[in-house]
Design a protein around this ligand. Structure first.
Ligand code: 38G
Length: 298
């Protein structure tokens, strides 16, 4: 990432500099998508010809404003992203800031979201699911090892570098809810997406890296069945299902699923956070890392 981050001050000239410096250094191309985070455009670095994804985030001019994201929230996402370097974590290449907007220049992910990949295939084979999950777990193990929790893990926030290849490489994106976990500091939040959030989020209890592991249990269930384990008719019903731990392996969707795969999910969708598998424990679970060919066949 560029050393100086090309931060500009607040004067009108600086705003012009910001506008000039982004356009000066990157040719802005088509819009790739948009969401709560802002707009993502493909861009080409003029000096190298390399392509990136530029995420434009409007930041709130004042606390009362409803437009844009709290600047401190985006600054926290950047502070977390800039220190991360892992093949399965989105890399921040450059940063531009001005009073009302921040531009994060990120690795370009041409394969789109894992969410869409699953939708196109309806569900994955256990081998395909394991290929994706092992990468997700390696990325999450790296984050948790650095005392960072993502707190918004879901298929929409997992993107594919390329999709029409035998073994797509994935990267975890959107660190907008991520937190640095400090010893002795209790973090609570009501943010997240109902289908994927753990019971402790709903109960407004302390969150931890185990909160991410619950989300990985939900993602695994979806990868293998195309269904969301706790999805209700409404968000309220979904949250109620999560609190009740009300999910099952419906025979018509899981008849061909191995006992190992179900055990993997069951050891993550555990109400007590400290009883869930960690990312490291997941990576040596016999479903992910069979001890023998015979064990893999179960
Ligand atoms: C680091 O945080 C983000 C990264 C990106 C990102 C990074 C690289 C990249 N390459 C291509 C794209 C892309 C392509 C199509 C649509 C989108 C976006 O609209 N949806 C991305 C997932 N979303 C649910 C967060 C983004 N992206 N998006 C998007 C949102 C983020 O909060």
């Amino acid at each position: 990432m560029a050393e100086d981050g090309r931060a500009a001050s607040d004067s009108p000239q600086a705003v012009a500099l910001h506008a000039r410096s982004v356009e000066e250094l990157y040719e802005l191309l088509e819009t790739l998508g948009s969401g709560h985070f802002g707009v993502v455009r493909r861009c080409r670095e003029r000096s190298t010809g390399a392509f990136y994804a530029a995420k434009f985030v409007k930041t709130r001019r004042c606390r009362g404003s409803r437009r844009g994201l709290e600047r401190v929230q985006v600054e926290q996402e950047v502070a977390i992203l800039r220190d991360l370097q892992h093949p399965n974590i989105m890399r921040l290449h450059d940063l531009f800031t001005c009073r009302a907007e921040m531009v994060l220049v990120l690795e370009l992910m041409r394969g789109g979201e894992l969410f869409d990949f699953i939708a196109e295939k309806e569900m994955l084979s256990e081998e395909e699911a394991i290929e994706f999950l092992e990468q997700i777990l390696l990325g999450v193990q790296y984050l948790h090892g650095r005392r960072i929790a993502h707190f918004d893990l879901k298929p929409e926030n997992i993107m594919l570098q390329e999709k029409d290849v035998p073994k797509p490489q994935i990267k975890i994106i959107d660190f907008g809810l991520a937190q640095k976990l400090e010893d002795g500091v209790i973090f609570k939040s009501l943010c997240g997406t109902p289908q994927y959030i753990a019971p402790e989020v709903i109960n407004y209890e302390p969150l931890s890296s185990a909160t991410d592991m619950w989300s990985i249990g939900v993602i695994t269930y979806i990868l293998l069945s195309g269904l969301s384990p706790f999805q209700g008719e409404t968000d309220a019903e979904t949250l109620s299902n999560v609190l009740a731990g009300a999910y099952e392996f419906e025979e018509r969707y899981f008849s061909d699923t191995s006992d190992m795969a179900k055990d993997f999910i069951q050891q993550l969708l555990v109400k007590e956070p400290q009883e869930r598998m960690t990312a490291s424990e997941c990576l040596v679970h016999p479903w992910i890392k069979p001890l023998s060919r015979k064990q893999a066949a179960k």
